[in-house]
Ligand binder design. Structure first.
Ligand SMILES: Cc1cc2nc3c(=O)[nH]c(=O)nc-3n(C[C@H](O)[C@H](O)[C@H](O)COP(=O)(O)OP(=O)(O)OC[C@H]3O[C@@H](n4cnc5c(N)ncnc54)[C@H](O)[C@@H]3O)c2cc1C
Length: 393
């Protein structure tokens, strides 16, 4: 076992950065830790921003009320600018490290145009947006992805007039494919939300959106929710290999010795799925740091998750586990017009992903089937009365 490093610097004060510090101390690491975080606030949780916080049920989602017990140097409100030769340069100074952890997360993609477009990534974004989502406000959300759907749900409940405009043919098409995503389209109308599909936005202007093809959509409040990009532009001048994020191996090690990455910014090699993968999931930011901390302190643990994500929209709980990109077959469990159903993706005879709507048991059992790699019987899978765990061939 290699000796523990004397000084670890973590860049990024989100869930993954904080959890890395917690796991290091939990393992008994007694060296110096510095965490550099661009946001001035202490680390907080993001999933409630588009749910409970937007609805007004909570105002604060701070993850850990006291940071002192972690005995780390938290440099909040400070931004890393470059990485070179064993040191990080920030807008305030230089930090030498023995090991560096990059946990800078992701930032929203903006659309062209000089009109005001809001985003929903930070707690400040969320609080400012909530303040203008008053009854009667005309909200246009660009993008019918996870965040767009959640925001539309809450805004409609707050009495706003909500339109969601989406370039693809179905909601969630980028995340779960148009066929399954289409099953969620009726939910918009049921909630009183207008859904415009197959319509691309050309630019964001004062008072509305110019649409590709010449149309105009008026709005009081415009939220762009067309996805995020890993926040790694500051590393472009470094020697690090970037490939849709910081490219890391199965041990979360980057291409430069002593540098690691974790969370939304890390594109890790998945042995299980045989591809490079970058997830934007709370569960990854929560769990990967345990593996990372072990490796930082001399162990060799593989990070090989079955990715998990959830979303709360239109009165439903959606849970997705796995990765369906290598799938060759889709099997429905239950009618997608109903309140509870699941979509199962197969690659040959193996289950590779499940989307469960209102069916947490299918999610749990599906996760175990994916983890085991067992061959499943597709005809039993299609019968919602047969528990997933009993679908093994
Ligand atoms: C509104 C919203 C709702 C969500 N809902 C869900 C959900 O329901 N289910 C789910 O699974 N996931 C959800 N997510 C995703 C989940 O929150 C993220 O996957 C998770 O926050 C990733 O954590 P992270 O620490 O990797 O990155 P982040 O949370 O993005 O944290 C990265 C931090 O690094 C900082 N940083 C960036 N660049 C620098 C720099 N150069 N120097 C210093 N600091 C820097 C950033 O300011 C940020 O504070 C949601 C996300 C949002 C925004």
């Amino acid at each position: 076992m290699t000796p523990s490093p004397a000084r670890i610097v973590v860049v990024g004060g989100g869930l993954a950065g904080l959890r890395t510090v917690e796991e290091l101390r939990g393992l008994g690491y007694a060296g110096a830790i510095t965490l550099i975080g661009a946001e001035a606030r202490p680390p907080y949780d993001r999933p409630p921003l588009s749910k409970q916080l937007m609805a007004g049920a909570v105002d604060d989602t701070t993850l850990r009320p006291e940071l002192d017990s972690l005995d780390a140097d938290f440099r909040l409100g400070e931004r890393a600018k470059h990485l070179a030769d064993g040191a990080i340069g920030t807008d305030r100074g230089e930090y030498a490290f023995d090991r560096l952890v990059i946990a800078t997360g992701a930032r929203p993609v903006a659309l062209p145009g000089s009109g005001r477009q809001r985003f929903l990534r930070t707690i400040d974004d969320a609080l400012a947006l909530r303040a203008v989502l008053v009854p009667g406000a005309r909200l246009v959300v660009i993008g019918a992805g996870w965040i767009g759907a959640e925001l539309a749900t809450v805004a409609a409940a707050r009495g706003c007039t909500v339109t969601v405009i989406e370039a693809a043919a179905a909601p969630l098409a980028g995340a779960i494919g148009a066929e399954v995503g289409a099953a969620t389209a009726p939910w918009y109308e049921q909630a009183g939300v207008e859904l415009l599909l197959g319509q691309a936005v050309e630019s964001v202007r004062e008072g509305g959106l110019a649409l590709a093809g010449g149309g105009w959509l008026a709005a009081d409040v415009i939220v762009t929710a067309v996805g995020v990009k890993p926040d790694v532009a500051w590393l472009e001048s470094s020697a690090l290999k970037l490939e849709n994020g910081v490219a890391v191996d199965e041990y979360l090690r980057a291409s430069v010795p002593s540098v690691y990455a974790v969370g939304d910014c890390a594109a890790f090699w998945s042995r299980r799925f045989g591809c490079r993968m970058r997830t934007e999931h709370w569960d990854g930011a929560l769990r990967a740091p345990a593996v990372l901390a072990a490796n930082l302190t001399g162990q060799d643990q593989r990070y090989d998750p079955v990715p998990y994500f959830w979303s709360e929209q239109f009165g439903r709980m959606l849970q997705y586990v796995g990765d369906h990109r290598g799938a060759d077959r889709l099997v429905w469990r239950g009618r997608p017009s109903g309140q509870r159903w699941a979509a199962c993706w197969l690659a040959g005879v193996r289950l590779v992903a499940v989307l469960a709507v209102g069916l947490p048991r299918d999610l749990q059992q599906g996760r175990r089937l994916i983890e085991s790699g067992a061959a499943v019987d597709a005809s039993r899978l299609a019968d919602p009365a047969v528990p997933l765990r009993e679908c093994v061939q």
